[in-house]
Design a protein around this ligand. Structure first.
Ligand SMILES: [Fe+2]
Ligand SMILES: [Fe+2]
Length: 126
């Protein structure tokens, strides 16, 4: 699964790998574990996004507005489904099973990839 999402920026790839591991765990979780794992996925995503945002701020990334907005949208959506899942697990399950990976993949390949290229071109050491 990693190959198609690999950006060859180690700290970014590490965060992405951790996310995929968490996602796999949630998919396989029982109903009693589901919400706690969903919550840890949100926490992990906050850290992951802040990590990238700090790089963009520090190095004045040219497209930071778009990237920050995308992060906000993704996080809001995750939180929305988490809140829904508290009342009805089915909503959370369908987000996790049918959408979460595609959304994540789209972000990494379309948006994070531009940041990765910027990091490489400017020889930024992380
Ligand atoms: Fe990322
Ligand atoms: Fe990102």
């Amino acid at each position: 699964m990693r190959d198609e999402l690999q950006l060859n920026i180690e700290p970014m790839d590490a965060k992405h790998d951790e996310f995929l591991v968490l996602l796999k765990e949630i998919k396989a979780s029982s109903d009693s574990e589901f919400l706690a794992l969903f919550e840890s996925m949100i926490e992990h995503t906050k850290e992951h996004f802040s990590f990238e945002e700090e790089i963009m701020d520090t190095h004045n990334f040219y497209d930071k507005k778009e990237h920050f907005d995308e992060h906000e949208n993704l996080l809001n959506e995750m939180q929305y489904f988490y809140e829904k899942a508290k009342k009805m697990k089915m909503f959370g399950r369908s987000y996790i099973n049918d959408y979460a990976y595609e959304k994540f993949k789209r972000h990494v390949t379309n948006i994070d990839s531009q940041l990765a290229m910027f990091i490489k071109q400017n020889e930024i050491k992380l």
